[in-house]
Design a protein around this ligand. Structure first.
Ligand SMILES: Nc1nc2c([nH]c(=O)n2[C@H]2C[C@H](O)[C@@H](COP(=O)(O)OP(=O)(O)OP(=O)(O)O)O2)c(=O)[nH]1
Length: 176
């Protein structure tokens, strides 16, 4: 079974159907994109995916790096902090891009996706994740349910036809 959208409502992941409505947890997510020497994003510009660390829900699933907002933080502040804490880089401007709510069995999340084109520092996977620069279709798997719409948005922007990733993205959350 695959995740489904409902009338502009949240993306509902199997196992979350019929749950009482929960307040969303806000999450800042970075779509890091490599631009060419002229500073342009192209249809085949690579973007960064990271695997979720052991011990977290959906461990081993691929996602865009980011994390939950702390009290009083803006999306951009949270993104800066998370990307430094988790992958060791300092980001430049974060360009607010798209938002979506996803209803998981473990929580409802509101994902604030920002495109990021500039960063400094060496990538360090500080939570023992794995990183992969990807193009469409994405080769790594499995992909987190909340990542699938982002791949679709990128496909639309880039005029990419066909599949965006290898497998239907749904499955029971792991421990954590
Ligand atoms: N980072 C990230 N999280 C995503 C994406 N798509 C998606 O549905 N999520 C969900 C998974 C989680 O339920 C939530 C992020 O929570 P998290 O546990 O990774 O956040 P965190 O790093 O702040 O974790 P922690 O400190 O509480 O352990 O958002 C995505 O592309 N990136």
């Amino acid at each position: 079974m695959t995740a489904s959208t409902q009338d502009d409502g949240p993306l509902v992941v199997p196992g979350a159907e019929g749950l009482p409505v929960r307040e969303p947890v806000h999450v800042a997510v970075g779509v890091l994109i490599e631009r060419d020497a002229d500073g342009h994003e192209h249809a085949d510009s690579r973007f960064l995916l990271t695997s979720r660390p052991a011990g977290k829900v959906y461990a081993g699933y691929w996602e865009f790096p980011g994390g939950k907002l702390e009290a009083g933080e803006s999306v951009e502040q949270a993104l800066r902090r998370e990307l430094q804490e988790e992958i060791g880089i300092h980001i430049g401007a974060a360009h607010a891009w798209r938002e979506i709510e996803v209803d998981y069995p473990h929580a409802r999340v509101r994902l604030h996706f920002c495109k990021v084109f500039d960063w400094t520092g060496e990538f360090q996977m500080r939570e023992a994740q794995t990183m992969a620069w990807q193009r469409l279709p994405v080769e790594v798997e499995p992909v987190l349910p909340g990542t699938v719409p982002v791949l679709q948005w990128l496909a639309e922007e880039r005029g990419h036809q066909g599949v965006t990733h290898r497998q239907p993205s749904a499955g029971p959350p792991q421990a954590g």
